[in-house]
Design a protein. Structure first.
Length: 510
């Protein structure tokens, strides 16, 4: 007797369909699982048998073999419990024909009492099943709202093994989950750029950065507003599209960061890891690779505060992922890929003590300390950040007589968001039918094709290359920023004044 049950497995955030084949024949009563299963799946032998018996069903007396197809691909995850249990019950009751169509898949971890527990990675697993033509998915009730974001998949939430078996074998059908929400409201945000006193140059740079998805490095003394500005960047970013929401929610699902109170990520992420973070925690990894902070910030902001305090090896590990927009983790038998398209914002003091640029204070750093610190802020990693901004202390005229908070020039997040929206619309039209999404993602051929510059602009670019000693990477980033500045002014061609402003955002004072 043979039964076949559909499920899926994950490699990073990419799922693939797996067929759980169950066969029973005469022999000593054993349960054997084959097909490159990890330890979690192999341990299902100890969970599935008592779960079936405690749910009121009979476990086969013969020799049961479970094969996971394709046999040459590694599988992992406790969500294999439910399809294995259903397959065993089907061969025991000789009703495998109800699974013959193969349009239903099963996901779920089982407790010894038969309860179906929530799983990590439910959304990307369901997405892979949908792409393979699966129409119905039985999964834990706790994962139903997360997966319900998929508009063309029938969700069947189950509480326990008895309920799942009742649906499969025709005793009691489960109602399709119909509490789908079309929109997920953004949480209330009390932070606004109108609260930032002064620093109008930095606000302008942030507007350009968000409009073209350019990285930003802010260097200035303690208390000048670097962190305050960074925290408000998400308030001017465009709302997520449906596809972006699926991407981000899938990453958080794999990382196990979703729950009943937060089943779907409906807003752009803002991640701010501490400077003591390890390399694996930042870019991802582990025995069972999971996304790191770089991927958790996908389509949002990754804020590195106190950049000079991060370990150099940890920072350097971000070079390639920032350029390619993805993290690639190689294992002996597979390659795991996590997306990492982020807007990088970094902040740092000009020196360890922070007083180097302050005429009212004395810098206590030694020459050796200064040289070591500057290498982190002007090395290969910093060269990959599009815009470098020097921030000075807020001048007294930007503060009211009775304290902080009201700047003379007060541009709000709403005004900045409108400028970003217009520039993004221009870029969508320009890059329609191409692989580019924004100016920050242009490669060499994209620069040549879309960054037309007038004669004076080209002359200024050439002069800047010679005088500032720009690398070709920095030269390209300068051109991308100039393209975004031109978009903000709705100009088709990059002019000299656009290049001049872009150059202003490439000098940090070192």
């Amino acid at each position: 007797m043979l039964a076949k049950v559909k499920t899926a497995t994950l490699a990073g955030v990419k799922g693939s369909v797996v067929t759980v084949e169950t066969d029973m024949h005469r022999g000593l009563p054993t349960l054997n699982i084959v097909g490159l299963a990890d330890a979690t799946i192999r341990e299902a032998c100890g969970r599935v048998k008592p779960a079936i018996m405690n749910s009121g069903f009979h476990f086969p007396d013969g020799r049961v073999t479970v094969n996971l197809v394709p046999a040459g691909k590694r599988k992992e995850g406790s969500h294999f419990d439910l399809p294995i249990a259903i397959g065993i019950m089907a061969v025991e009751q000789n009703v495998s024909s109800v699974l013959a169509k193969g349009t239903t898949a099963f996901l779920g971890e089982i407790s010894l009492d038969g309860t179906v527990n929530p799983i990590a990675g439910a959304l990307p697993l369901a997405m892979s099943l949908r792409e393979a033509g699966i129409e119905w998915v039985l999964l834990p009730e706790a994962n139903a709202e997360e997966v319900a974001v998929l508009r063309d998949l029938n969700i069947l939430p189950v509480k326990d093994l008895r309920q799942a078996a009742g649906h499969v074998f025709g005793d009691e059908k489960i109602a399709i989950y119909n509490n789908r929400r079309e929109t997920w409201s953004r949480k209330e945000n009390r932070e606004d750029f109108s609260q930032v006193a002064g620093q109008e140059t930095a606000k302008r740079a942030v507007t350009i950065g968000v409009a073209g998805n350019h990285g930003l490095l802010m260097i200035g003394g303690p208390g000048c507003g670097k962190t305050m500005i960074a925290k408000r960047v998400p308030t001017i970013m465009p709302e997520l599209t449906y596809e972006e929401m699926l991407e981000i929610t899938g990453i958080y699902s794999v990382a196990g960061l979703l729950g009943r109170e937060r089943p779907v990520i409906g807003e752009r992420p803002f991640r701010s890891p501490h400077h003591t973070i390890s390399m694996a925690a930042l870019i991802g990894g582990g025995n069972r690779p999971k996304p790191g902070e770089l991927s958790l910030a996908h389509r949002g902001v990754l804020f590195l505060d106190e950049l000079g305090e991060f370990d150099s090896k940890v920072i350097d590990s971000m070079r390639q992922p920032l350029e390619s927009g993805r993290v690639m983790i190689n294992r002996s038998m597979e390659e795991v890929v996590f997306p990492s398209s982020v807007m990088l914002i970094a902040a740092a003091n000009p020196c360890r003590c922070g007083n180097l640029w302050d005429d009212r204070k004395v810098c206590t750093c030694t020459r050796r300390q200064l040289d070591s610190y500057r290498r982190k802020l002007s090395g290969p990693f910093a060269d990959r950040i599009d815009m470098h901004i020097r921030m000075d202390p807020v001048k007294k005229e930007y503060l009211t007589a009775d304290g902080m908070g009201n700047s003379l020039i007060s541009i709000s997040s709403g005004e900045m968001r409108e400028m970003v929206r217009k520039a993004r619309r221009i870029q969508r039209e320009r890059y329609k039918g191409t692989d580019y999404e924004n100016n920050g993602g242009l490669d060499e051929s994209g620069l040549e094709r879309f960054c037309e510059t007038d004669k004076k602009g080209r002359s200024l670019m050439a002069e800047a290359h010679d005088r500032m000693g720009l690398t070709m990477r920095a030269y390209g980033k300068l051109l991308k920023v100039a393209r975004t500045i031109a978009d903000l002014e709705e100009a088709d061609i990059i002019r000299e004044e656009h290049v001049a402003e872009a150059l202003m955002y490439r000098t940090s004072g070192f």
